[in-house]
Design a protein around this ligand. Structure first.
Ligand code: FEO
Ligand code: CA
Ligand code: CA
Ligand code: CA
Length: 636
């Protein structure tokens, strides 16, 4: 495996480096830092936080039936944290003494009819592309648990109780490097490309807990694999644009680089296409347009080499000229209908979508908060025209008819949501239609003077409607501004915004919740915040992605946001070179699912997780099911 090990590492490092190279040359570089003003604002916002039930998602709206979320006098985040000194074996995860974990659905778990055995990481025998299409993929990232019987409960009310021991689990498969998936740095055939494509996409799993076996993946008619080659449809304002059609006339296929996620109040999964540009390349001479440059297309992409065997991904094949525009969207998947075609929602814009968090306003309309993860890229918000219930009653998707905004952060703790509309003369001077504005969202946002951020990753909505935005890091920042106050920002930070007018406004206030570098030298040190989920009681769960200090690996930390001073508590530490991502819970919040992504970067000499250490078994991305040993609420 020596040669393969080298290619695994090189490919992974290449992936990380290229995916974060900025492509924003718009010159939007506002101001210098006024951190002090922010610190004052933090106090104002913290004082207004209250512990209120949120109606933002059906599962959490019902959380805590018949249970207290904490015992009297107990800390909201009261578990015994993992100490730095506790992390001694980086081939296996380390979890708080108050908790335990179980592995679920690692790469290669058979889920479709016809799938045979699980692929267990034998380096001498990998799945064929046909087998991979019937199994879970690589790169477990964003995910969401949809309990049985959520759909009946929403449609018929109280008679149907949502289950805490059974549901649909949608899991993103963001990426698997060629080294990890194929055992070689480049594909040598179309079969190799198909194997790579089939470890990407989404798995829709049915999961169930029994006393005898714990949690396991079980059969269901809803279960399915969605890959880079699954038929999909487009909807919303850009759906019929010529920019989404090819001369070849090929139908729309597939979803790739499915990073973070979200869920709708009507019970569907939203998967976010992030670094889609990296799968395209050129077999001929490639002279990128302004738009292609802005989205980071290049001759060799991230080295996946798909374009050498699959013309769809060849930027210089005229027959597939617009294939590239079919990616970079948020895709809606029905977890309870295995026959539904995934729908790309063009109203939400085309960027390197990280994740999405939806808030329901008092008037029933929804606001969706979304980050575009690249150095110096932007924060976005979408607002539906109608209440989501009325839209659905009228046969429309609440995600198709609405307005898209991009954020400008002012130095004084205020901000503006600037609408990306063709009615703005600045945009109509550059674009012909709203469809063009949405297909080239980044270019439109540049023209409005949005604030370049330090890689906005996940969003999540707190107890009083505040939105947390993880800004993971930005090693290339040289000039600070109030919202990005470190230069370079090697450890990242978390921004908190609060919209005017119950999520419907075009202004907001904001503050910096925490600057990760301030935790250096403390027992609670963490850096590179990425995945985020806020519970209805004030706990904020953060998964990290980036080498952690003090010998730690990537970790899951929990904050009590009802406290004025943020204090991270370490619930779990992963394995060598992994990433902790994709947090979701059962309705009673007594079971959490998180993902261990790219353990060891695929290098078996670093870890063989979920297998115990043997130095040869290929490590496999997987989900961990986390529970408190005393059956309590996760995070308590
Ligand atoms: Fe796929 Fe920005 O993380
Ligand atoms: Ca990742
Ligand atoms: Ca991420
Ligand atoms: Ca990241």
């Amino acid at each position: 495996m020596a040669q393969d090990d080298k290619s695994v590492l090189d490919n992974a490092q290449l992936h990380d480096e290229i995916e974060n190279t900025p492509s924003n040359n718009s010159g939007n570089r506002p101001f210098s830092s006024v951190l002090e003003a922010n610190m004052t604002r933090r106090k104002v916002m913290a004082g207004s936080l209250t512990v209120a039930a949120t109606a933002f998602l059906a599962p959490t709206a019902n959380a805590g039936w018949g249970w207290r979320h904490k015992r009297p006098n107990e800390e909201l985040v009261g578990f015994k944290p993992v100490a730095i000194a506790d992390v001694i074996d980086t081939t296996m995860p380390t979890i708080s003494d108050d908790y335990e974990y179980q592995v679920l659905a690692p790469w290669g778990t058979p889920i479709e009819p016809g799938a045979t055995e699980e692929y267990k990481g034998d380096p001498s025998m990998r799945p064929t592309s046909a087998q991979a299409a019937l199994q879970t993929g690589l790169g477990h990232d964003g995910m969401w648990f949809f309990p049985m019987d959520q759909r009946h409960s929403q449609e018929y009310g109280h008679g149907y109780r949502m289950r805490n021991d059974m549901g649909m689990l949608c899991v993103n498969h963001e990426f698997g490097t060629n080294g990890h998936a194929l055992g070689k740095s480049s594909p040598e055939s179309l079969e190799d490309v198909r194997l790579s494509q089939n470890v990407h996409g989404v798995s829709v799993l049915k999961v169930k807990k029994t006393h005898r076996k714990g949690w396991e993946v079980v059969k269901s008619k809803h279960t399915r694999r969605i890959t880079a080659n699954t038929p999909v449809t487009f909807s919303g304002p850009a759906a019929n644009s010529e920019l989404l059609q090819n001369l070849n006339g090929n139908i729309a296929l597939g979803t790739i680089n499915n990073c973070g996620s979200g869920a709708t109040p009507w019970g569907t999964f939203l998967t976010c296409e992030e670094n889609f540009n990296g799968y395209f390349g050129a077999t001929g001479i490639f002279n990128p347009t302004e738009e292609q440059q802005r989205y980071g297309f290049s001759e060799n992409g991230f080295g996946y080499g798909w374009h050498n065997f699959d013309k769809r991904f060849d930027l210089t094949d005229e027959d597939y000229e617009n294939e590239q525009n079919r990616f970079g969207w948020i895709v809606e998947i029905d977890p309870f209908d295995g026959t539904q075609k995934p729908v790309k929602r063009t109203g939400l814009g085309r960027v390197k979508h990280e994740a999405i968090a939806i808030a329901e306003s008092g008037n029933g309309r929804i606001a969706a908060y979304m980050g575009d993860d690249q150095r110096f890229d932007y924060c976005y918000k979408y607002v539906s025209d109608k209440s989501w219930k009325n839209a659905i009653a009228d046969g429309e998707s609440p995600l198709d008819n609405g307005s898209l905004y991009v954020a400008k952060f002012n130095e004084d703790g205020t901000g503006e949501w600037m609408e990306l509309t063709i009615n703005n003369p600045v945009l109509s001077a550059r674009f012909d239609s709203q469809a063009d504005v949405l297909i080239y969202t980044r270019v439109a946002a540049d023209l409005l003077g949005a604030t370049p951020m330090d890689r906005p990753e996940w969003t999540t909505i707190g107890t009083s409607g505040e939105v947390f935005w993880t800004c993971t890091n930005n090693s290339q920042r040289t000039e600070t501004n109030a919202a990005n106050s470190e230069a370079p920002n090697s450890d990242g930070h978390i921004i908190r915004t609060k919209d005017a007018d119950d999520h419907m406004g075009t202004t907001f206030t904001w503050d910096t919740y925490i600057i990760a570098s301030t935790t250096r030298g403390t027992e609670g040190v963490f850096t590179d915040p990425d995945a985020a989920w806020a519970d209805p009681y004030g706990r904020l769960f953060i998964g990290t992605d980036g080498g952690q200090p003090d010998g730690l690996q990537d970790q899951l930390v929990v904050f009590d946001t009802t406290k004025e001073t943020p204090e991270p508590k370490r619930l779990l530490v992963g394995v060598s070179s992994d990433e902790i991502t994709g947090f979701t819970v059962t309705p009673d919040q007594r079971t959490a699912f998180i993902n261990i992504q790219h353990p060891g970067n695929g290098d078996p000499s670093a870890t063989n997780f979920p297998a115990s250490y043997d130095g040869t078994t290929i490590p496999r991305d997987c989900t961990l099911v986390i529970t408190r040993k005393d059956g309590g609420i996760i995070g308590s």
